[in-house]
Design a protein around this ligand. Sequence first.
Ligand SMILES: [Zn+2]
Length: 111
Amino acid sequence: MNFGTICRHCGKAKVNRPRGLCWSCFYRPGVRDAYPSTSKFARRGVGNFCGAAPLPASPTTAAPGSAEKIAILAERARLKQTLWHPEDGIGQITRHLEHEEVQETEHALAS
Ligand SMILES: [Zn+2]
């Protein structure tokens, strides 16, 4: 898509910033927001969502089938993330190991 070399906002200055804007319009508060990005890379996402979804930011320790887990799945779906994190449900094991480690440290300090 070619927007020419004249600023889309003021129609006078030469375009030298993204979105078909001149320098002063691009950095003027609010102007940039009125002109959506012209980059084809910025147009992907919700509109034609398919393929590999990003992993959720963090796994959940919620038990499968619990209300907490279902709420987390719903939130992931809303954010267009994969519903299943490979580390879901293992947090409790990790926590258990950490707890044992703490006990060992405390034991070592006491002796
Ligand atoms: Zn301008």
